[in-house]
Write a protein that binds this ligand. Structure first.
Ligand code: KMH
Ligand code: ZN
Length: 278
């Protein structure tokens, strides 16, 4: 699967803020709408075509609050034409119904997490019945799902959704998430196994959490995948060195792409490579 041996541009996604880390972990983590919009604009200018967005409330807790989401999307749109992908993962304590409501804002893309799982010491609840309803709603609204695969069986759950006609006609877009405690370990073997199992023509990227982030991102690029960079997945540039914001991580990913003799996709190319509706 993928585009190994075929020279296509790489879609680079910035993931500036996740559901777990705080400013105590990295003081440059953007959490408020203005901060997120600034980080996204800088990433866009450096080469990112997609922004994967989590929101925080005034106390920096993960939230699915629609007015915070709307404000963040508006600020991003004022600053750059990057493709916005809202996370419907949101945060581990946020009810599924609230998370799902975010797609009513009609971002170009949103994540779809197919299965309930342990996530560190907590639980990430994604009951299949609700996942299926969310997939149907995204299809109706023209919001392209990014399918988050944290473990081998999650791919099978997504293929069930596809077979039920809930994922649309175009190529599927996957994140192969490696290194969440409760999912697949961040190993080259696991990555290769999952890439081999993807349906022909799939688009995919690696999300490697923590220390393996850089090497598995490079491996994903070498295998023909897209890439994601940002503080959601890794707070450090290298061991012991916190990344001063998202930009150095994005710039490093752009350098990796270019050093591998590829190019980063602009927004128009990314729309077509990811087969976004509209
Ligand atoms: N936080 C990552 C482990 C989502 O936000 O829906 C996966 C992720 C999925 O980014
Ligand atoms: Zn996320």
């Amino acid at each position: 699967a993928g585009r190994f041996g075929v020279r296509m541009s790489v879609v680079l996604t910035v993931a500036p803020t996740g559901p777990v880390a705080s400013k105590t972990d990295n003081p440059d983590l953007p959490t408020q709408p203005e901060e997120i919009a600034t980080a996204v604009q800088q990433a866009y200018e450096a080469g990112a075509a997609v922004a994967h967005i989590h929101l925080r409330d005034e106390s920096d807790r993960p939230t699915a609050n629609l007015s915070i989401a709307r404000r963040t999307l508006d600020l991003i749109a004022e600053r750059c034409p990057i493709l916005v992908q809202l996370s419907t993962g949101v945060g581990l304590d946020v009810p599924f119904e609230d998370r799902a409501a975010l797609v009513e804002l009609r971002p170009r893309m949103a994540t779809l997490n197919p299965c309930t799982m342990s996530f560190g010491t907590a639980e990430f609840r994604n009951p299949y019945r609700q996942v299926r309803e969310l997939a149907r709603r995204m299809l109706d609204l023209g919001v392209k799902p990014e399918l988050e695969i944290y473990d081998t069986g999650h791919l099978d759950a997504c293929l069930r959704l596809r077979d039920e006609g809930l994922l649309g006609d175009g190529p599927l877009q996957f994140s192969l998430v490696l290194g969440v405690a409760g999912g697949m370990a961040a190993t080259p073997d696991n990555l290769v196994t999952m890439v081999r199992r993807l349906p022909e023509g799939s688009r995919w990227q690696v999300i490697a959490i923590g220390r393996a982030n850089l090497t598995l991102t490079a491996m994903g690029l070498a295998l023909g995948g897209n890439a994601r960079a940002g503080l959601e997945d890794c707070l450090y540039l290298r061991k012991g060195e916190l990344s001063p914001g998202n930009l150095p991580l994005v710039e490093r990913a752009v350098r990796l792409v270019r050093d591998l003799d590829s190019t980063v996709a602009n927004v128009e190319e990314a729309e077509s490579l990811l087969a976004l509706p509209r």
